[in-house]
Design a protein around this ligand. Structure first.
Ligand code: SAM
Length: 273
């Protein structure tokens, strides 16, 4: 009988964020596939787990996929982890998961930390709808092009960034998306965790004033605050549309009123007239 492929999330900083299930699955697995064996060895040692490991990273994904598939089809249980967070979220694993599914091997998620969701949960931006966009391109021209493509998304945008590109990225966000609410979530779950909130231009100025920007960064961009003001549908229709998305009538009225620059009372009056 074939084994199971477990996709195991690991901490993005604070080791206490490991889940009990992640520990059990790694203890019971026959093999742990990881991006960097030295990095994962430290994690395993911290939790007193000794297991055979095999490297699985972006440069050997295709050869390692066949090797791991052989092991899985031979009955081994394999735990796939990345250096931090949830595998496959801007991390290797897609090939292996699709190969396992194609071969009828069970793929079981063991959920846990991910920078994108941790950042979103505490950012204070809309969470009803969001889009995870991975890393922005490294060159300014392509980055602006990508932001242009995303400009009309009516949801929170989430990106992974690096400390040496964050200023450039914020420049381009300011140029293409203007004064939307932006959050820089840095060093989540670690000693120097911080959330910076403001417009892209404000946050750029704040970070540029520091001698150096370090650490891991998740960048979040709120939807245009007055995007619905271009919506010329009748107020009643706009309120109903929000209600059908699960908002209460009062919440829907509040949001439509804000988007159209009306008072809640005016909005309510138009509904009832
Ligand atoms: N798979 C991981 C996950 O689920 O979060 C993400 C892997 S991706 C290669 C690494 C990027 O995630 C970093 O460059 C940074 O943008 C973001 N990231 C990882 N840890 C973070 C942290 N503690 N705080 C903020 N962002 C983090």
């Amino acid at each position: 009988m074939a084994g199971t492929l477990y996709i195991v999330a690991t901490p993005i900083g604070h080791l206490d964020d490991i889940t009990l299930r992640a520990l059990r699955v790694m203890r019971e697995a026959d093999l742990i596939a990881c991006e960097d064996t030295r990095h994962t060895r430290k994690l395993l040692e911290h939790f007193g787990i000794a297991k055979p490991m095999i490297s699985y990273h972006e440069h050997n994904e295709s050869t390692r996929t066949s090797e791991l598939m052989e092991r899985l089809e031979g009955g081994a249980n394999v735990a796939l982890v990345s250096d931090a967070g949830t595998p496959l979220v801007s991390d290797p694993g897609y090939r292996l998961v699709t190969a396992a599914i194609a071969a009828g091997v069970s793929v079981v998620p063991v959920p846990g930390p991910s920078a994108a969701l941790g950042a979103l949960a505490a950012a204070g931006l809309a969470t009803d709808s969001f889009r995870f966009c991975g890393f922005l391109p490294t060159k300014a021209a392509q980055r602006r092009e990508r932001l242009e493509e995303l400009k009309h998304e009516t949801c929170t945008l989430i990106f992974y960034e690096t400390p040496h590109r964050i200023l450039g990225a914020l420049d381009d966000v300011a140029a293409v998306l203007g004064a939307r609410p932006v959050v820089v979530a840095r060093e989540l779950t670690k000693v120097h965790e911080e959330f910076l909130r403001g417009t892209a231009a404000e946050l750029r100025a704040e970070l540029a004033a520091r001698p150096v920007v370090r650490g891991e960064i998740t960048l979040l961009i709120g939807k245009a605050e007055r995007e619905a003001s271009n919506d010329d549908s009748p107020v009643e229709e706009a309120v109903r549309a929000l209600e059908s998305q699960g908002l209460t009538r009062m919440e829907a009225i509040k949001r439509v009123a804000k988007a159209r620059g009306l008072s809640k009372r005016d909005c309510y009056r138009r509904l009832t007239s």
